[in-house]
Design a protein around this ligand. Structure first.
Ligand code: PLP
Length: 420
C-alpha cells in the first residue's frame, strides 16, 4: 500500500495551531493495547478538553445548588450560571431570544419533546409527516409512535447512490395533508450535508413546520437558526466537547408557546390546585424538575472552548483531514466508501470486501484505533445501500494527519490478516 504524500495544499501554520489543541485533551495521552489512542469516533461522542473539565469541577466545588428556587448565595449563583449557559447556546445558534432555548437531556429527548408537545396536539389521522432516508432512529421512531397513535402517515425522501437527498422528490411530497417535516442536517452514518435551508423554504411555501436534527452539524459548522428559518433545531452537548446528559431544543417562541408540555412536575407550573394546573412561561414550561445544571454549564463552557478555536477553522481543518483520508482510502483495493456526497462533514464510512465491519473494528482496536462499526442507528439507510453495517471513522479537529495514516495502514493490515 502506498501512503500518498500531501497532495492537498496544507497551511502548515494552521495545522501546527491545531496540533497544539491536542494538548487540551487529556484522553489523547491514553494508551490502548499498548498503542497511543487514535480516537476516530467523535461522531458518536467527542472528547472533552481540560477547560470544560475544569469548569465542571469548579461548578461542583464552588457553585452547586438547585436553580430557580432559593434566595441564598449558591442557589443564585447556580441559577445565573445555568441561565448564562442558556444565553451561550442562544448566541451559538443565533436564536432571537434566550427563551427559545430549552435544555433537554439530548437530541433524542428534544425530538421526543417536539413529538409530544407539537405532534400530539396538532397532527391528526391521515396527516402526513415527511422524513428522509438519512434520519437517525431518534428522528424516525418518535414520529412512528405518533403515526401509530394518531393514524398519521410517514413519507420518506429517498437518496441517490452518493447518499444525497433527492430534493425534487421531496418537493413532490407536499399536499394538503402534509403537517410536519423532520430533517437531518448532517448524516451521522455518511456525513452528507443536506440543503436544509432550501428544504425548509420549500416546506414553508406549504405552511409546514420543520424540525432539523443538528446533532452532527453543530460540532462542525456555524448554525444560524434565523438564517435557516427552521422551526425547531436540536443537538446534544456531548458531540461538541461537552458533557453527556444535556442537549438543546431551539423552537420559535410562537410555536413553543402554542405547544402542550411534555413532562409535568415542578418548575414547569405557574399555579397548581388539585382541580387545575396553569403552566409556566417558556422555556420553563418544558423544563420540569431539576434540570441538568452542571451539564448545562459544561455545555456553555464547551461552546466557549469551540469559539476560541473558531467554528470555521474547525470546519476547514476537518475537511482537510477528510480529503486526505478519502484520498488514501481510495488507494486501497477492495475498500468502498459509502457516502460520497459532494458536500460532507468529516465522516468516512466504508465496507471492505469479505470482511465484516465488526472484525475491522475489533482488529483496529488492537492497534489502539477507535472506529465505530454497525448500523449507526440508521437501519433504513443501511437497507437502502443493501448492507447490514459499515465501519465509520469520524475525524475531529483534535485528530491529525499521522493518525489518518495510521488508520489507513490499520485497514491495510486487517486486509492482510484476512488474506493469510
Ligand atoms: N441524531 C443524530 C444525527 C445523531 O448522530 C445522534 C447520535 O448519534 C442522535 C440524533 C442522538 O443523539 P443523542 O443520543 O445524544 O440523543
Amino acid at each position: 500500500m502506498k501512503i500518498v504524500d500531501a497532495t492537498l495544499e496544507q497551511d502548515v501554520t494552521f495545522a501546527n495551531e491545531m496540533e497544539k489543541v491536542r494538548a487540551d485533551f487529556p484522553v489523547l495521552k491514553l494508551e490502548v493495547n499498548g498503542k497511543p489512542l487514535i480516537y476516530l469516533d467523535s461522531a458518536a461522542s467527542s472528547q472533552m478538553p481540560q477547560p470544560v473539565i475544569d469548569r465542571l469541577v469548579y461548578y461542583q466545588t464552588s457553585q452547586h445548588a438547585n436553580v430557580h428556587r432559593g434566595v441564598h448565595y449558591l442557589s443564585e449563583t447556580a441559577t445565573s450560571e445555568y441561565e448564562g449557559a442558556r444565553q451561550k447556546v442562544q448566541h451559538f445558534v443565533n436564536a432571537r431570544e434566550d427563551r427559545e432555548i430549552i435544555f433537554t437531556s439530548g437530541t433524542t429527548d428534544a425530538i421526543n419533546l417536539v413529538m409530544h408537545g407539537y405532534g400530539r396536539k396538532f397532527i391528526k389521522a391521515d396527516d402526513e409527516i415527511i422524513l428522509t432516508t438519512l434520519e437517525h432512529h431518534s428522528n424516525i421512531v418518535p414520529w412512528q409512535m405518533l403515526a401509530q397513535e394518531t393514524g398519521a402517515k410517514i413519507r420518506v425522501v429517498p437518496v441517490n447512490d452518493a447518499g444525497e437527498l433527492l430534493v425534487d422528490e421531496y418537493e413532490k411530497f407536499f399536499n394538503q395533508r402534509t403537517k410536519f417535516v423532520g430533517l437531518i442536517h448532517v448524516s451521522n452514518a455518511l456525513g452528507t450535508i443536506n440543503p436544509v435551508k432550501k428544504m425548509i423554504a420549500l416546506a414553508h411555501m406549504h405552511g409546514v413546520p420543520v424540525l432539523v436534527d443538528g446533532a452532527q452539524a453543530a460540532p462542525h459548522m456555524k448554525i444560524d437558526v434565523q438564517d435557516l428559518d427552521c422551526d425547531f433545531y436540536v443537538f446534544s452537548a456531548h458531540k461538541l466537547c461537552g458533557p453527556t446528559g444535556v442537549g438543546m431544543l431551539y423552537g420559535k417562541a410562537s410555536l413553543l408557546e402554542s405547544m402542550q408540555p411534555f413532562k409535568g412536575g415542578g418548575e414547569m407550573i405557574a399555579t397548581v390546585t388539585f382541580e387545575k394546573t396553569t403552566y409556566n412561561t417558556i422555556p420553563h414550561k418544558f423544563e420540569a424538575g431539576t434540570p441538568p445544571i452542571a451539564a448545562a454549564i459544561g455545555f456553555g463552557a464547551a461552546i466557549d472552548y469551540l469559539l476560541t478555536i473558531g467554528i470555521d477553522e474547525i470546519h476547514a481543518y476537518e475537511m482537510e483531514l477528510l480529503h486526505y483520508a478519502t484520498e488514501l482510502i481510495n488507494e486501497l483495493s477492495g475498500v468502498h466508501v459509502i457516502g460520497t456526497a459532494a458536500s460532507k462533514t468529516s465522516v468516512l464510512s466504508f465496507v471492505v470486501d469479505g470482511i465484516h465491519p465488526h472484525d475491522i473494528g475489533t482488529l483496529l482496536n488492537q492497534e489502539g484505533i477507535a472506529v465505530r462499526t454497525g448500523h449507526h442507528c440508521a437501519q433504513p439507510l443501511m437497507q437502502r445501500f443493501k448492507i447490514p453495517a459499515t465501519s465509520r471513522a469520524s475525524f475531529a479537529f483534535y485528530n491529525n494527519r499521522s493518525e489518518v495514516e495510521a488508520f489507513i495502514a490499520g485497514i491495510y493490515s486487517v486486509q492482510k490478516f484476512f488474506s493469510r
